[in-house]
Ligand binder design. Sequence first.
Ligand code: TXA
Ligand code: MG
Length: 338
Amino acid sequence: MKDTKLLTSSIDDIKMAADIIKLGGTVIFPTETVYGLGANALDADAVNQIFVAKGRPSDNPLIVHIDSFDKIDKYVIRITDNAKQLAEAYWPGPMTLVLEKKDIIPNITSAGLNTVGIRVPSNEIARGLIEFSGVPIAAPSANISGSPSPTTVSHVIKDMYGKVDAIIAGNDCDVGVESTVIDVTGNIPIILRPGGITPEMIKKVCKEVIIDKGVDGITDDSKPKSPGMKYKHYSPNCEIILIEYNKKEDIEDKIIQKATEQEDKKTVILATLQTEDKYIGFNTICMGDRNKPETIAHSLFDVFRKCDESGYEVAIMEGIEEIGIGIAIMNRARRAAR
Ligand code: TXA
Ligand code: MG
């Protein structure tokens, strides 16, 4: 067990956390997407501690966080036009760009791939930590491997207290789902994981965009383009049953039918502001507003965790329309429901 320091977001505390990073330790910090579990990306021993703390498979690469686009050429061989255009438009922000890596990035960080995912976060605490550390920070989501990503400091404490050197407490994460991971090594950007930066936004700057067929994890490919695709992910212990959205019909009847089928299992319906009142006699948790999918993204992982905290065995989740951040929400939901 480690003696985990609980830090605030004061400048002094962020500097203390930066010292821990410099000395090869691990620090959990908030970002605009989810909390990250960070270590010096250039120090193989430090990075190894991340894999140990999370119980993460060693073939799943980490995202490297830097504080400005100007520094990217220290870590990647070639900055493609796509990368440049996307970085100018959406960094700092919830977007990770995958490019060919330089040798300075140890193999453990990139899990043996010849590429590395780089992100410039917008959260001020994350930015301060990177700046004061003076090194790039490798950071996956700060959850135990396979479980929902943490979006509040209480999620982090529950999963990681005693496993890391320090935790910086910040506000709840804004976006609530992880960054969009985009392979920009070629002529057309390829989305490897949908997130806060949507395909529509990418198209505005790059004209074309491909969503990789493996994103929802439903592929027989044992060597997917992004190793994370092949792992069961984001799921609480409670079984998630997802009812897909269909423009042409109301979702409520299908949800009630599925919930009724559960008989003696302790069941909850993951509803929305628009439908919550319609499930009379059933347990419900409201995920957010259908007309503002960003509210659902913001609370999704917290809702998944609440299912476990309340001891539910089954959660019947309403699907939502796959536009904008709805694509990322449905991606996480499908992967949790597998
Ligand atoms: O929003 C985020 O991205 C958060 C915060 C902390 O920045 N981080 C995060 O990291 O979600 P993680 O490790 O939980 O997810 C990273 C995903 C994994 O699915 C991994 O396989 C993929 O990105 N990935 C990382 N490097 C890659 C690479 N070089 N090529 C393809 N996929 C990569
Ligand atoms: Mg993760």
